[in-house]
Design a protein around this ligand. Structure first.
Ligand code: HEC
Length: 197
């Protein structure tokens, strides 16, 4: 019985081998594969978000762009997550959307980066193993002055219209008071170890 099953599986694999693309050369269980996957997911998602944000700022100004972020930031990350078959989140120790609140592990990672930065070091992406899955973290910095329009000093950087909108949509908003170059949060990618690449 067992033997028949093994033969069947073997035929199935052979069968798939003929029609599908060849198996990837890298081992699917090797952490490096997941590190690379995390790198490409975050790069693609970040590019998609920033490009769309800049377009909306140019077309409609900061208030319209803020409305856009309010409605679309999570759906954009979710759609790319589906595409890559992973979970994609942006988390922060000073989150705007309550859904982006960092948990204890996330905070430990951010703390590690902050300490390294304080000592003049850098903040590198890192991979953590967590019961059957890999967690990939990559720092998000407040990389350009544009970000200040919605995350800077509420008195001097954020216009009153945007301020009112943020107060209405995010009554517990903590994501202001940043300066260019600050660590703003992290990408957190959750990948099942059993994913078929
Ligand atoms: C036009 C306003 C606007 C600009 C400009 C803007 N953001 Fe945001 N940002 C938002 C809004 C609104 C949210 C909450 C989105 C949501 O509800 O998911 C947000 C959320 C975030 C989050 C997720 C964590 C959290 O606090 O909820 C990060 C990280 C972030 N922004 C980084 C940036 C960076 C980096 C830039 C510059 C490239 C930037 N933002 C520019 C409005 C803006």
């Amino acid at each position: 019985m067992m033997r028949k099953y093994v033969v069947f599986l073997f035929l199935l694999i052979l069968g798939c081998g003929k029609t599908e693309a060849p198996f990837p050369k890298v081992s699917v269980t090797h952490p490096k594969t997941f590190q690379q996957l995390g790198d490409s997911v975050t790069t693609t998602t970040q590019t998609a978000l920033v490009r769309t944000l800049l377009k909306h700022l140019e077309d409609g100004g900061p208030t319209k762009a803020a409305v856009f972020c309010t409605v679309n930031a999570i759906p954009i990350t979710d759609s790319l997550a589906t595409h890559f078959q992973v979970q994609v989140r942006r988390i922060s120790d000073k989150n705007r959307n309550p859904k982006n609140k960092a948990d204890e592990n996330d905070l430990a990672v951010m703390e590690q980066w902050s300490k390294s930065l304080q000592k003049g070091g850098n903040a590198q992406p890192l991979l953590r193993e967590d019961s059957g899955q890999y967690l990939y973290f990559k720092p998000i910095f407040l990389g350009m002055p544009t970000c200040l329009q919605c995350h800077g000093n509420p008195e001097t950087d954020i216009n009153p219209e945007v301020r009112a909108l943020l107060a209405e949509k995010y009554p517990a908003d903590q994501a202001t008071g940043y300066k260019v170059g600050d660590l703003r949060g992290a990408w957190k990618i959750t990948m099942s170890k059993r994913r078929a690449l």
